[in-house]
Design a protein around this ligand. Sequence first.
Ligand SMILES: [Zn+2]
Length: 232
Amino acid sequence: MKIADMNWAQLEAYLARDDRVVLPVGSTEQHAGLSLCTDHILAERVSVEAAEPLGVPVYPGLPFGMTPYFMAYPGTVSLTPQTYSGLIRDLLDSLAAHGFRRVLIVNGHGGNTSVKSAIADWCAGKPGVAVKFHNWWNAPATWQAVQATDPVASHASWMENFPWTRLAGVDYPEHQKPMLDTSQLRSMNPHGVREHIGDGNFGGRYRASDRAMLAIWSVAVEETRAMISGGW
Ligand SMILES: [Zn+2]
């Protein structure tokens, strides 16, 4: 259930019987022809759908993350590692203060993953609070479903082109872009990155059938739900 659809008294009643919560985190950054908010949209949506039958509350997704390498693309915004880790720590402090003891962070952006060390540091000072960090798109079952559909899949390719991330009026090319070498990306300057990757797709087709995408989506929702349900 979305926090946006609850009031404080309802949340207080929930906390009397459960201590789980979901915090989606994403990024606002170039995604070739897809929405700038792709990572945010997907992390929040997979969280809401996964949590729904469990009745676990889901906070509004954090739309901003760490993505300095895409700064030459208009619309991208990036937080410094200091700001981002401070923000996550402040959010965890607030959640813990209210009695949440099991926090699932559902991440939609690879560049946010380094915040895990700040989370581990926070957890060391808060015995009794468990925080799991779940990269929904490359979790084992979801990644397997992606690879079985088309192994040439990457940032801003078909694998992120869902009915809820593609844009009306935009034509998505039919061809397959050759996979680029992105191993040095995070040490390149933003203009060099833009020159190297062009439209923003790292490699692969630009779209797949809705049937294929919805099948991958249902695997991702199930896998995220299992993270909320168990393994704490
Ligand atoms: Zn993305």
